[in-house]
Design a protein around this ligand. Structure first.
Ligand SMILES: [Zn+2]
Length: 260
């Protein structure tokens, strides 16, 4: 029984942004990286408690060098750094499930903490097959393309609601009540950790209730950019998409792997 724990940093307990900045410029970054480590460790421990043979922790917040690797349970393997061919390094159909720790709501979510999709500076929004999507749905569908379900998600209340809207029966832990981009009432970090360990264990003990999440393929991917020149570049060159308005480009893809 093998799992991958995908770890972002914005959605962990007691983490918000600073005005006008992404997490990387927030005074909260160092704490967020430490708490992301603790929450990833708790999730992995929960999976091991349920009998997992392997857990890969995938560090994937910008630059993918965030976690305190030596603080992770020593039974974990760790995927870090950038330049992999696809998202979810190491994943294949032999895995029982994936979990999302520290993930955040998609852009266009009112009052979610630091909600965005991949880059708040570059992208306004993304749609797949006309449905608004964020990193949760996209990474969930990447796992689904390998027949692997999303079994557990920890995020703020907007992120866990989003996860439940895409992934049937997914187990969730809410780390904080989001009240704005930089505003939250958080669970105490240690309480969030305890809930994550118990939640991940319980999820791994009822794997029969989960199903892989997929988009119908071939699919349409529509990206609305923040800057008009980014849309212009995306609509020209080798992997050019079709410009649907000055800020928006659409691609028709055979599979999700053609882009992500
Ligand atoms: Zn992030």
């Amino acid at each position: 029984m093998k799992f991958i724990v995908a770890v972002d940093c914005e959605g962990v307990a007691a983490t918000v942004g600073s005005p006008g900045a992404s997490l990387n410029e927030s005074r909260d970054l160092k704490f967020a990286q430490l708490q992301a480590t603790r929450e990833a460790d708790a999730c992995a421990k929960g999976f091991f408690d349920a009998g997992a043979d392997q857990v890969i922790v995938w560090d994937n917040h910008g630059g993918s060098l965030n976690l305190h690797y030596d603080l992770l349970d020593e039974r974990c393997d760790i995927a870090l750094g950038v330049g992999f061919t696809h998202r979810f390094p190491g994943l294949d159909s032999s895995f029982a499930g994936v979990a999302f720790i520290g993930y955040h709501a998609m852009d266009n979510t009112e009052d979610a903490v630091m909600c965005h999709t991949f880059s708040s500076a570059t992208y306004q929004s993304m749609k797949i097959n006309e449905t608004q999507v964020g990193e949760l749905a996209i990474d969930g569908a990447v796992a689904g393309s390998h027949d692997v379900p999303v079994v557990f998600v920890a995020s703020d209340d907007k992120g866990t609601a989003e996860a439940q809207s895409f992934f049937e029966n997914v187990a969730t832990v809410t780390t904080k009540e989001a009240l704005g981009w930089n505003a939250a009432i958080s669970k105490h970090p240690q309480r969030a950790i305890a809930e994550i360990r118990a939640g991940a264990k319980a999820a791994a003990e009822r794997l029969d209730v989960f199903a892989p999440f997929r988009f119908i393929e071939p699919l349409s991917l529509e990206i609305r950019y923040k800057r008009i020149e980014a849309a212009q570049s995306a609509s020209r060159g080798l992997k050019a998409g079709e410009r649907t308005d000055p800020y928006t480009v659409r691609w028709l893809l055979d599979s999700l792997a053609d882009y992500f």
